[in-house]
Design a protein around this ligand. Sequence first.
Ligand SMILES: NC(=O)c1ccc[n+]([C@@H]2O[C@H](COP(=O)([O-])OP(=O)(O)OC[C@H]3O[C@@H](n4cnc5c(N)ncnc54)[C@H](O)[C@@H]3O)[C@@H](O)[C@H]2O)c1
Length: 271
Amino acid sequence: MDRLRNKVAIVTGAGRPGNIGLAVCEAFLREGARAVIGTDLRTDQSEAITARVAQKYGRERFRLVAHDATDETAWRRLADEVAADFGGLDVLVNNAGIAMHGGILDTSLEDLRKVMAVNHDAPFLGIKICGRLLEAALSRHPGGGAIVNNVSMASYMPNANNISYHVSKAAARMLTLCAAKELGPKKIRVNSVHPGVTMTPLIREGLRGYVAHGLWPSTEAAQAALAAMSPLGMTSEPEDTAHAFVYLASEEARFVTGACLFHDGGIGGIY
Ligand SMILES: NC(=O)c1ccc[n+]([C@@H]2O[C@H](COP(=O)([O-])OP(=O)(O)OC[C@H]3O[C@@H](n4cnc5c(N)ncnc54)[C@H](O)[C@@H]3O)[C@@H](O)[C@H]2O)c1
């Protein structure tokens, strides 16, 4: 219950019920985080989410901030706000992500850049701008600061129908590894979680896209086929995926950096 005691964390992409970002926020709060700042581009459900989560864990421990993770100025504002209100930052979770269907021949350069902006440029900016705040985490926690990037098994697996997502996630994986090398001496650990299929709004939209492209007859058939790819024969729920983030953000992982944690029911091992 206390694995993240007294830590202050930012989690991007947490503004949608049922998604991984919000599940990570709640898991961090359950594990004793002092404050969790969820952020998201979308704000349509912010009030309802904040009311529910703040009521459960305490109003002073959770806030949901409107924030475009691809915007450098917005990152600077967020870092200043967190430093002023909470006295520092201990954990950054770069979780926001988008996906777009299409192979090379039918993906425009503009669309490729949109996906790269969220899946690669946003974590780059988060690390760049929050890095200095995270350096000071060592004065509060022996394990120092922690960055956890939500990447994907897609970063390892070629796919003919999803070029922008796979390429951007592969770039995010290398960003994690390079940042781990650079920031290790500053006692900031940088790791990535690589979820397999986790049943969130993003994946449900994706399954509908596959059906629209004629790849599966129905979303149920698509989910069953994806579950069957795992040796465990299952997909994940956001609450299960969140456990991997808790571990990498916690002091238990103080000797872990540059690690790519597969949370995929064994799908990665098949490739
Ligand atoms: N669900 C899966 O099966 C799965 C598998 C592997 C990796 N992932 C990764 O997990 C992360 C979360 O995915 P999810 O399934 O919860 O998706 P989701 O769409 O439910 O959540 C992603 C959130 O990111 C937000 N977002 C998008 N662009 C943003 C921006 N510019 N600034 C701030 N927020 C922005 C969205 O509004 C949304 O709330 C993504 O990075 C995704 O690639 C998901």
